[in-house]
Design a protein around this ligand. Structure first.
Ligand SMILES: Nc1ncnc2c1ncn2[C@@H]1O[C@H](COP(=O)(O)OP(=O)(O)OP(=O)(O)O)[C@@H](O)[C@H]1O
Ligand SMILES: [Mg+2]
Length: 347
């Protein structure tokens, strides 16, 4: 499914792609939105360059969907300015709607209609000359040809999501808004959607997405912004945000409880966190070879056998740091990069 979708979407890129202009695809300045006395957005500002994948992160209720609704003209802001493709979302709403598409947080497909009928309906709403031909192209691109004539009530969650994305590509939008596009999908479904999003970006489309899956933002987004308490608390590439995470931890794993206890004693004075159930200790270091050597040398001199791994900071840790939430103990999460070696007992 991924190659088909990717190939078909990128085939569109052989048509002349709108030149990436210097003007941002999205420019938001001082955006505010209140619902009654609840201030959700308190002055949100960011820009999204044309052709990039931009991810907006935030806890539940942070205001991600509210931001998307304002940018897609479905909701009016209380204050501030927002432009999409150089068009004012408040005063030029109709033209903005022609330039964008939205895949909402909850699949917006009609259950009674078939997949094909849903696509034809959108193509008609977009005033395309050949709605059936466009529907056929999108069904092929998103691997839905076989299921095309089944009513949506018989589609799985992943198929609905793919149809939703297919619908969002009708009419060649310049900016695509995807509100949590992979929520509820299994790992293959998620990877398939990632392939589709990459293909969209490769064909010159600007993608604005929200997600709760931080590895998704890490993998897809060229830039990420964190929405917290009504404002953008941090913005940058994944690598830039990871610098904000706490220093990497050295995770030590033991074979016996006795070794863990002795290591804890030997490393007293360090910032050490014990994970007795995992027979592990995590030691905060500055990530340097010197610091790691000190810790491992201490174990070796005490004759304690252990394996170690240095975990690179994750976007999740950076996110939790940015929003001021406690990060999980290092040893509780599986090491992702195992520089495994053994500080072997010398005696
Ligand atoms: N129409 C509305 N009327 C009143 N309050 C609303 C309305 N829409 C959203 N809110 C409130 O605004 C806040 C932000 O909601 P929003 O849906 O934008 O959050 P979100 O970041 O998308 O969250 P999630 O991750 O759960 O999707 C929440 O407190 C929500 O209850
Ligand atoms: Mg939401």
């Amino acid at each position: 499914m991924i190659p088909a979708a990717a190939a078909a979407v990128s085939a569109r890129s052989t048509a002349p792609v709108t030149p990436v202009s210097a003007a941002p695809a999205i420019a938001v300045n001082g955006l505010q939105k209140s619902f009654g006395s609840t201030e959700v957005l308190k002055g949100v500002s960011f820009t999204v360059k044309a052709g990039e994948v931009f991810a907006l992160l935030g806890s539940n209720g942070a205001g991600k969907t509210t931001t998307i609704k304002i940018l897609t003209t479905l909701l009016r802001a209380s204050a501030g300015t927002a432009e999409v493709c150089g068009l004012n979302v408040f005063s030029q709403a109709r033209r903005v709607r022609e330039a964008i598409s939205l895949t909402g947080q909850f699949a917006a497909v009609d259950d009674v209609l078939t997949g094909r009928e849903n696509l034809v309906m959108i193509a008609r709403l977009r005033h395309l000359r050949d709605p059936r031909g466009e529907a056929k192209r999108q069904l092929e691109a998103f691997g839905l040809s076989e299921a095309a004539d089944r009513p949506l009530a018989q589609y799985s969650g992943g198929m609905r999501r793919r149809l939703d994305l297919a619908m969002s590509m009708i009419g060649a939008p310049k900016v695509v808004f995807l509100d949590e596009p992979t929520t509820g999908l299994d790992p293959q479904g998620r990877l398939a959607v990632w392939g589709i999003i990459r293909a969209m970006a490769a064909s010159g489309v600007t993608v604005f997405l929200t997600t709760q899956h931080l590895e998704e933002a890490d993998s897809l987004a060229s830039r990420i912004a964190v929405l917290h308490e009504g404002r953008i608390a941090a913005e940058g590439t994944a690598a830039e945000l990871k610098v904000l995470a706490p220093p990497p931890k050295l995770v030590l794993s033991f074979l016996e409880e006795g070794d863990l206890a002795r290591a804890q004693e030997a490393l007293a004075g360090n910032d050490v966190q014990a994970e007795p159930e995992a027979l592990a200790l995590s030691v905060a270091t500055d990530g340097s070879v010197h610091a790691a050597t000190e810790v491992l040398g201490t174990l070796e001199r005490a004759g304690i056998t252990a394996t170690f791994a240095q975990r690179p900071p994750t976007l999740e840790e950076a996110f939790l740091t940015i929003i001021g939430a406690p990060t999980a103990p290092a040893a509780a999460t599986a090491p992702t990069a195992t520089a495994a070696a053994t500080a072997a007992a010398t005696e």
